[in-house]
Design a protein around this ligand. Structure first.
Ligand code: ZN
Length: 632
């Protein structure tokens, strides 16, 4: 078993070592006969991953100034290397001349999307567009940041009435940073103050922004260039180009999906607004919604996340997670001790092993200095049958940032944190339980963007199931599971105002997608598309000054362009997959085996739509998703 070596890593040596490795790879590419391009690219990729992934991981979980510097210096080298590979005409031709299969199909697709088949003149233009787009996106993001930071308002103590003391802004100075903005919207009794902040927030980076961080022209430029890029590569529009690498096949499919959800969510959202207005005693404006929602939710459910913590001591949750894996998927997970080469980067890190199929994962759960925020899964290496016939087993890193345990006091998780753990473990399962031996299509590799969250969100569903919650929870003092009353409040609280929430997600998704269907873009396009979308989605009229697209970083500076729908898309898939467990019994081992064999273990060996159908016996359906959110 090959495990990553974390010792003896000298930051100063990283860059020269990487240079040597990349040169070796490029030389091998040049001198190889190219008779088997799949095998060759696997060898090159696996060599690079073994070297680079531990460095990337250390950079995220225990960084130092020296390591950061070495890491930054390596990024341009890696980027040049990847361009050299994706623009290598000989390699491309070798793939074209190889018997066609799933791997060649994906490789040829990516070569084409990188512009390899273009005429020299178009290739030049393609490179220019890419460069301009990258600059414009960066500029967009900078403007959002600057516009957010430049606005402040010194409030009087009276204006801040209602905001809890522990989140009051320092010296009464309000900003537009999310925590401060949300505190005002949720708690400030003073309606004028809420409106003032709302107006400042939704006009950031627009023509109303006094500080000249206007993104209006940048958005137009980005959209025009994206359309040109799509046409260069032979697509009708940018939405089509985006779908070339996704599970959804056609723009019509995405539009139908979003419009169906809007039809379902809108009547519920209208009822929710009506209920809020009755509660408030007057018609609502956008700056009233968070305020009255907070109050009504408290009245209906009065659920403090902190109340649940004592029920989720982390060790118990993990034990029960592993028990669940055994019960439903017949997977044995054991800690690895005293194994040769098991050095880790910190004493808190634990290593676990899965017996069959063989796999290893590292768990790094607690917040620490020099560790990146958030939770994520990354991998050391993929399952891979090497040219000599030996099998490389997959190795994963699971990282969270929970509170560290104290002496005689275990780490206690909120319910949200339990969900986070299950989510990331779902990604790990996807990576580790694969039965595919070829790197390019094993585990999560090449699984499309709009489906890659399926296995992770699937796992979240367990955390909302009553029977599972009873097992997962064990009060660290009394040993009791969560009482029914708290479980009911928890579920009710999740579904509170879910119509409004989903409708808003649909609005973002539809706006993004319709925007990238426009062939001709003018300075009026963004607002015109938004207005049309809002005719379908709005339950309260937004003021004319609202310029929220000007800060929609997801699609102008975040990789979600013509892809924002993916959030909802993947969630529908995951709920629908979980729906079979609800129909056949939550601990049904047959369904569990079926899920692994037909879907989870198959990586990208086939179109994900086909894999899903193999598991579910039919096309995806939104019903389970709607039930989950209390919309049916
Ligand atoms: Zn995820």
């Amino acid at each position: 078993m090959e495990l990553p070596q974390f010792k003896h890593r000298v930051p100063a040596k990283i860059q020269p070592e990487l240079e040597t490795l990349l040169a070796q790879n490029l030389k091998q590419l040049q001198t190889d006969s190219l008779k088997d391009p799949i095998q060759l690219t696997e060898i090159l990729e696996n060599r690079l991953t073994h070297f680079w992934s531990p460095i990337e991981h250390l950079h995220a979980v225990c960084s130092s100034p020296e390591l950061r510097k070495a890491y930054q210096n390596c990024l341009p080298l890696l980027s040049d290397y990847s361009v050299a590979l994706s623009h290598n005409k000989k390699l491309y031709e070798a793939f074209l001349n190889t018997p066609q299969n799933r791997i060649t199909e994906l490789a040829i697709r990516d070569f084409k999307l990188s512009g390899i088949a273009l005429s020299p003149e178009n290739k030049k233009r393609y490179a220019e567009i890419e460069k301009n787009l990258s600059e414009l996106s960066t500029k967009f993001g900078e403007h959002v940041l600057e516009a957010t930071q430049h606005w402040t308002y010194k409030a009087t103590t009276e204006e801040l009435t209602g905001i809890p003391e522990n989140i009051l802004p320092e010296n009464n100075i309000l900003t537009l940073d999310a925590p401060c903005y949300m505190a005002v919207q949720k708690y400030a009794v003073n309606r004028d103050l809420r409106e003032k902040c709302y107006k400042a927030y939704v006009t950031r980076a627009s023509e109303f922004d006094e500080n000249k961080y206007d993104n209006t022209e940048i958005m137009t430029q980005i959209l025009i260039l994206r359309q040109e890029l799509a046409e260069l590569l032979g697509f009708k529009n940018y939405a089509e180009y985006s779908l070339a690498t996704k599970m959804a096949k056609t723009p019509q499919e995405v539009l139908a999906f979003l419009n169906k959800l809007i039809t379902e969510a809108k009547p519920v959202a209208m009822r929710e607004i009506k209920r809020l207005e009755e509660f408030a005693g007057h018609p609502l404006q956008p700056w009233d919604i968070a305020f009255y929602s907070e109050k009504l939710q408290k009245q209906l459910y009065d659920l403090d996340e902190e109340l649940l913590r004592p029920y989720f001591p982390v060790d118990h949750v993990i034990t029960e997670l592993f028990n669940l894996m055994k019960a439903v998927f017949n997977i044995d997970i054991k800690p690895v001790d005293n194994l040769e080469g098991t050095a880790t980067w910190h004493p808190d890190v634990k290593i676990f092993e899965i017996k069959s199929p063989k796999a290893v994962f590292y768990m790094d759960l607690y917040v620490r200095k020099n560790k990146r925020e958030g939770a994520w899964m990354d991998d050391y290496c993929s399952r891979y049958k090497k040219p000599d016939g030996s099998l490389q087993i997959p190795v994963a890193f699971l990282t969270c940032n929970f509170r560290a345990p104290k002496k005689n006091h275990p780490t206690l998780l909120t319910h949200d944190e339990v969900i986070t753990l299950f989510h990331e473990f779902g990604h790990c399962m996807h990576h580790m339980l694969t039965q595919i031996d070829r790197i390019d299509i094993a585990g999560m590799n090449n699984v499309p963007w709009d489906a890659v969250e399926l296995p992770s969100q699937f796992m979240e569903n367990f955390c909302w199931n009553k029977d599972v919650l009873k097992k997962l929870s064990k009060n660290y003092k009394t040993g009791q599971p969560l009482p029914d009353e708290l479980i009911n409040k928890l579920i009710g609280s999740k579904q509170f105002n879910s119509g409004l929430f989903l409708l808003r997600q649909c609005e973002f998704g539809l706006f993004d997608f319709e925007l990238h269907l426009q062939k001709t873009v003018t300075p009026q396009t963004v607002q015109a598309v938004l207005n049309t979308v809002r005719q379908k989605t709005a339950v309260i009229k937004a003021p004319d000054y609202n310029r929220s697209p000007n800060t929609f970083s997801h699609i102008f500076d975040g990789g979600y362009d013509a892809g924002y729908y993916s959030y909802l898309w993947a969630e529908v898939l995951s709920c629908d997959a979980f729906g079979l467990f609800e129909e056949t019994g939550i601990f049904n081992t047959q369904t569990g085996q079926n899920y692994i064999n037909t879907l989870l273990s198959q990586g990208a060996s086939q179109d994900i739509g086909i894999l899903f159908k193999n598991f579910r016996g039919r096309e995806p359906d939104t019903k389970a998703f709607l039930i989950n959110w209390g919309l049916l």
